[in-house]
Ligand binder design. Structure first.
Ligand code: PGA
Length: 264
């Protein structure tokens, strides 16, 4: 149970004592989303995220699966992003992350776990990204999108830009150049600076915001400022998480006390 619930900018903010408590509730939410989508339309399509934040969520989902409280049959997953270029076999790829934290432990069909392909030749990257959007659309769109928030306010690898809000809201899945703050954070995974990929493939702002429900996780004091600006400031492409305000009524944030520090 959250300690407190706030409503800001059309989002429900559930504040928990610890990330583990938040991830327990988030896992129950994932299970509910799968169940509701399967009942409504015979399948569930989840947008998933990587990074440090959702690790306890995936642990909980795996535990629920082992306890036979959760099955992924009839479920497809589409990951938010992938470094570029990177091999899926590289332990630092997000394909490896998903395999390590979720896929190999549960009953997700391997042909239904989609991650953007960091090996696609650059000349085909735009086509590959457009195909990813079309595959999601062909499955009837995302029922549920899991999101983290970057220190610079990015969602997926939609990085801060100067473009007008109406253009940013239309951004499709594409190849992007990573922001200096993102590169600094990636240094934890890539200790040799020369190895840090400077680009990535990311699900666009438009397909993220089209999800029928969106769950944002944010933990720790470094997320307090971007979270507060996203929920209490103006919508701006300079803080992509603020664009979530355009999905008012479909957004839930599950955060710990430290990340909620700027909200009250
Ligand atoms: P993190 O990344 O979970 O590793 O903090 C979140 C993000 O950049 O979206």
């Amino acid at each position: 149970m959250p300690a407190r619930i706030l409503e800001l900018a059309g989002a429900d903010i559930h504040i928990f004592a610890t990330p583990e408590d938040a991830c327990r509730a988030a896992a129950a939410e994932v299970a509910r989303a799968i169940d509701a989508a399967k009942k409504a339309r015979g399948r569930a399509v989840l947008g998933l995220a990587t990074g440090r934040t959702p690790v306890p969520l995936y642990e909980r989902l795996v535990a629920m699966h082992k306890e036979r409280a959760l099955s992924f049959t009839g479920t497809s997953t589409y990951n938010l992003d992938e470094y570029y270029p990177i091999s899926p076999a590289d332990p630092r790829s997000y394909r490896s992350y998903m395999d390590q934290h979720l896929c190999r432990h549960v009953d997700l069909a391997p042909n239904r776990t989609h991650v953007l392909d960091g090996t696609v030749p650059e000349a085909f990257a735009a086509e590959h990204a457009a195909l990813y959007d079309r595959m999601i659309a062909a499955e009837g769109g995302l029922d549920f999108q899991l999101l983290g928030i970057g220190r610079n306010g990015h969602i997926g690898f939609n990085e801060p830009t100067q473009m007008p809000v109406d253009e940013a809201l239309k951004l499709p899945t594409r190849l992007v150049v990573l922001h200096p703050v993102t590169l600094a954070d990636a240094a934890a995974e890539f200790p040799a600076a020369a190895d840090i990929p400077t680009r990535a493939l990311t699900l666009g702002v438009a397909p993220i915001l089209a999800a029928r429900s969106i769950l944002v996780l944010a933990f720790g004091p470094k997320k307090a400022e971007p979270l507060a600006r996203a929920l209490t400031g103006p919508m701006t492409a300079e803080l992509p998480a603020s664009l979530l305000q355009s999905a008012a009524g479909r957004v839930t944030c599950m955060v710990d006390e430290a990340a909620a520090g700027g909200l009250e």
